[in-house]
Design a binder for this molecule. Sequence first.
Ligand code: CS2
Length: 503
Amino acid sequence: MSKTGRADETAALHRLSMESLPTLPKEVARPSYDRAAVSPGIVHLGLGAFCRAHLSVYTDDILAAGATDWGIVGVDLLSPAIRDALKPQDCLYSVFSRQAGGDQLRVVGSMLDALALPDDLGRAFSLMIAPTTRIVTLTVTEKGYCQDAATGALDENNPAIKADIANPSAPRTVPGVLTEAIRLRRAAGVAPFTVLVCDNLAQNGATARRIVVRFAELIDPELSRFIAENIAFPCTMVDRITPATRDEDRAAIANGFGIEDAWPVVCEPFRQWVIEDNFPLGRPRWEDVGALLVKDVHPFELMKLRCLNGAHSTLAYLSVAAGIETIAEAMGDADLNAVVHRLWKEDLIPTLPPVPGTDVTAYTAALEERFLNPGVRHRTLQISSDGSQKLPPRLLEPALSRLQAGALPQAIVLAVAAWMRFTTGVNERQESYDIADPMAARLRAIGERNGHDAKRLAGELFAIADIFPPELLGYSAFRDAVEKTLHSLLTKGVRPTLKTFLG
Ligand code: CS2
């Protein structure tokens, strides 16, 4: 017997599968329903951690409540890695929800199959054409929509979009895949599916719709009109903090529960889902398992994108510069904590419309607790990725709204300056880090060239029209304040800049 009380841990390790399910420790929750009796009703694009901690968990609850026709088939657009990890375990995977003193492991069964493009393109299309598939859901991250982040329009210069336009029957992008699936389904005489976007975009359904309609227009204007008139793209607000899975997480599950899971997901216990109720072919009764079905998601989405994601990005850029590794550590830092409180109170909450049934101040107080959760090691470097896509909805739109109201949003100024400092690729300990962003090459070149000169660095970054809209740049007080703060970050460092900011 080992000190942990588990006899011979390595010998007891079971690779997760339908066969090993009955042998798992009894504290591990698992599907209580007959998976063999469940048929797919949803095709999901994007197999990353988030959908497996969110959509699939809500849907697992629906299946446990007795539904049998809402299983999910997941399709990865970018890589076969998750498919190849999940298939040998019958697409079962575990969700490790972590909180001090409250860790819980649950095996989720709602993902019936996993596919990857381009290998499984034919099977993905035949599923998307099947009348039994009534919803296509998406978690492909902000950049998956191939949009110009400042305007929300399709980025027609994106090389992957150009490739899909040249070869629409073998698409690799989200607009390309959706357009071709809709075309094939229509040709087969099957009523259109609903497209349910579950990414952190402003007005996510409307954004996806605009992009797909434009993409289709470039190939076949008549199909584009059909999409505009016939496809429902309800908006959603999705929320569950789900960091990228690390080997330590796999090891914790193996050591704690005797389960070998090639690709588990780790997340916080909290989850929230607000969905616009617009599903012409029907939907699972997600409201029975905690989702909120509403007419208008917009107020919820603004609250979440700004207060949660905006605070995340602010903490991330300041922390990466200062060498602070996780959100929990950042939120535990008195100065950064005070910055986030000012961000919420002065720059974000005043920009929000009333949110039905929600006290936004209580919402931010709960966010503070969620950020402080030590069980969830959410890396600031991970959150700093894709800033060119994330800054506009999270921080630049509320900045514009404050400026229009006559106020200079000081905490957003600090966040934008910290993002600019981030493009230098080197932290205050002189350690370099990776800049992951669809514009990485351009950002890195600007950062490396001008890292010693705030005026030039800010000037070149502000000139990127895909990120900074002209209305915002029209406020010279905003630009000057960002440049001044950037100068302080570059010459004095994060800590003295925070002290000055906090007065
Ligand atoms: C984070 C989000 O990585 C990021 O940019 O802000 O992934 C965040 O954790 C989720 O939106 C929470 O629901």
